[in-house]
Every structure is written in structure tokens, then in C-alpha cells.
Ligand binder design. Structure first.
Ligand SMILES: O=C(CO)[C@H](O)COP(=O)(O)O
Length: 154
């Protein structure tokens, strides 16, 4: 699994911890870090969230972990990229259902909301979940995709 990570300056320290975790995880074949790398880089969260989501949309990454102050801004940004489903998930159950119900490729965290140990525990669990395309949830996710395709810009 190829995982893209990104954060703004509010989330960079947590993102870097998550990146180290991912780099040690045998389920992860590649970690793509689109930044920021340090807290003095003040590029705004949409820049990072959109850049990461585009890696998924263009097939360079399978999943993403994005961090900002709340996790909300990067989730909203990532969801603007066609084909990408992203959500903040600060608890194990939501993280699990984000895959099994919603087929989200992206999980987001708020570094001002959740501690690093909880976030890393959730990421470790989240890596183990897969979406079942034959499940009852598949048609629901397809409804979202169909809307997106019908209303695609351009
Ligand atoms: O949490 C953020 C966006 O959801 C971001 O890290 C901080 O945004 P701001 O409150 O607009 O500075």
C-alpha cells in the first residue's frame, strides 16, 4: 500500500510521527510526503490537502493521512478532488467505518484535538481495513461517485 501524508504547520509534528510509523509498517510499500516538512513552512492547509488528494486521484498513492489543527480543513480540501473520499476520524470505530462503510482513501487528524499515541494507534488499525465491494455499502458509495461524475466540472 502506498500512503501519501501531508500537513500544515499546525499538524506537521504529528504528521512526521505518523510518517515514521508508516515507514516501519510492513503493509506500507511507499510513503509519499508532500509536506510541510517543518513548522516554519506556513503554506495553508488547502494547498497540502489538495496536493495529497491529487496523488490518490492520479493513482500515485492508495491512501492518505492528512493533519491540520482540527483535521477538518484538510478533509474538506481533499474531498474537493474528484474521486477522493476523506474524513476526520479521532476514534477507532469511525476510522474502521470510514473504510468499511464509506471506502474513504483518506483519514485526517487534528493535531490540536488528538494526541500522537491515539492517532498512531488509529492509523495502525486503519491500515488493516479494506472495503468490500460486494457489501451493502457499495451501492451507497456508488451513489456519491455517480453524483460526482454527473456534476463534474468542465
Ligand atoms: O485546523 C486547521 C484548518 O481546519 C488549520 O490547521 C488552522 O486553520 P486556521 O484556524 O484557519 O488558522
Amino acid at each position: 500500500m502506498r500512503v501519501v501524508v501531508a500537513a500544515d504547520n499546525a499538524g506537521v509534528l504529528l504528521k512526521n510521527e505518523v510518517r515514521e510509523l508508516l515507514e516501519r509498517d510492513e503493509r506500507v510499500t511507499e510513503v509519499i510526503d508532500v509536506g510541510v516538512e517543518t513548522p516554519d513552512d506556513d503554506r495553508a492547509y488547502p494547498v497540502l490537502g489538495l496536493a495529497a488528494a491529487e496523488k490518490i486521484a492520479n493513482g500515485e498513492a492508495d491512501r492518505g493521512v492528512l493533519v491540520c489543527g482540527t483535521g477538518i480543513g484538510v478533509a474538506i480540501s481533499a474531498n474537493k478532488v474528484p474521486g477522493v473520499r476523506a474524513t476526520v476520524a479521532h476514534d477507532s470505530y469511525s476510522a474502521e467505518r470510514s473504510i468499511k462503510s464509506n471506502n474513504c482513501q483518506v483519514i485526517t487528524f487534528g493535531a490540536r484535538v488528538v494526541g500522537p499515541e491515539l492517532a498512531k494507534k488509529i492509523v495502525g488499525e486503519w491500515l488493516g481495513y479494506t472495503f468490500d465491494p460486494s457489501s451493502a455499502s457499495a451501492a451507497k458509495v456508488a451513489h456519491i461517485t455517480e453524483y460526482e461524475q454527473v456534476h463534474a466540472a468542465g
